[in-house]
Design a protein around this ligand. Structure first.
Ligand code: BDR
Ligand code: CA
Length: 317
């Protein structure tokens, strides 16, 4: 089976990605590490527990990580995920925060990877603060990973939080820079524009949520707010490439779960803009090879959408 370690800022699509992994037959989820991002890190911890509870998987260890980016202050995505990160939906049975491990996320990440050298795929669907701190503490970490799967960055300078920046990279540009430069392991990027070009249709979402299971009912509750925002006129205009839902984080997760999910990718060195009036946090793609970097990432271009829909369906069964 495949060993996954997942780093999240548990908003709605992180929740969907976690549920996809939990339902995959060949996956062992070694732990979930939490970081600031869509909402404050304490909310993120609580949200992960809620997701695990909905899937009867509260035995999976959850670790609390960085509350702030390396420089500056947090931003959040309450406008899309709700203030609590999961659509501000009423929660009849909230799990206790005492279930969070005493060990911090960064040490847990280092420990778990070192206990399973060469076996762990790390899936990061959040600002990359925890990963950046981990590689500074243990520079050998990347060489012990099977692969790194990131939802973040952008390829056409079309932003979703600044004019040309994607949320996870903009929320901690220094961390994204460190990770892209120092994780010299097979790295796969599900960037913002790609995820937008690979939307799930609203018809699919309706059928997905209509499944007669507790997991589908849980998802319908936490998903309601983001659906409303996604369908709003303003958002549809702003949103890259039209109507439907973009479960950004689920693409990175699906790529980690199934090696045949990615059907086309580009391979380039990538970096992150750290200064600039409009461009701080924007990913840059070195198509000309001018950065002279040997560290090239796989930028996902096309995936098997049939497989994706199937994995998503199974996630709520
Ligand atoms: C990313 O930002 C967050 O709001 C989502 O969870 C996703 O990880 C998309 O830019
Ligand atoms: Ca996320």
């Amino acid at each position: 089976s495949k060993k996954l370690l997942v780093d999240v800022d548990c908003g709605v699509d992180d929740a969907q990605a976690i549920m996809l992994a939990l339902a995959a037959p060949n996956v062992e989820l070694l732990g979930v590490t939490c970081v600031h991002g869509n909402t404050a890190v304490d909310n993120v911890c609580k949200n992960v527990l809620r997701v695990l509870q909905a899937c009867n998987k509260l035995e999976i260890p959850v670790f609390k990580g960085a509350a702030k980016p390396i420089l500056g202050n947090t931003i959040d995505a309450g406008h899309f995920h709700g203030q609590d990160g999961l659509g501000d939906a009423p929660d009849p049975n909230p799990p206790g925060l005492d279930l969070i491990q005493k060990e911090g996320a960064v040490s847990a990440m280092i420990r778990i990877v070192n206990e399973n050298p060469g076996e762990v795929s790390l899936v990061a669907t959040a600002p990359l603060t925890n990963l950046a701190l981990a590689v500074k503490l243990d520079p050998s970490l990347p060489s012990k990973l099977r692969g790194l799967y990131i939802m973040g960055g952008n390829t056409e300078s079309r932003g979703n939080i600044t004019v040309c920046g994607e949320f996870n990279f903009v929320a901690d540009p220094e961390a994204a820079y460190i990770v892209l430069n120092e994780f010299k392991c097979p790295t796969y990027l599900a960037c913002w524009e790609f995820t937008c070009y690979s939307k799930l249709s609203w018809e699919f979402c309706d059928a997905w949520l209509a499944q007669d299971t507790d997991k589908a009912r849980f998802m319908a509750r936490i998903f309601r707010y983001s659906i409303e925002v996604s369908k709003s006129e303003r958002f549809e205009k702003e949103f890259v490439a039209g109507s439907g839902f973009v479960s950004c984080d689920s693409y990175a997760m699906a790529a980690a779960v199934d090696d045949s999910f990615i059907t086309e990718s580009d391979r380039y060195a990538v970096s992150v803009e750290l200064t600039g009036t409009h461009t701080r946090g924007m990913m840059v793609v070195d198509t000309l090879g001018l950065l002279k970097s040997t560290n090239k990432a796989f930028i996902i271009k096309k995936v098997d959408m049939k497989k994706f829909e199937k994995m998503m369906m199974v996630a709520l069964k």
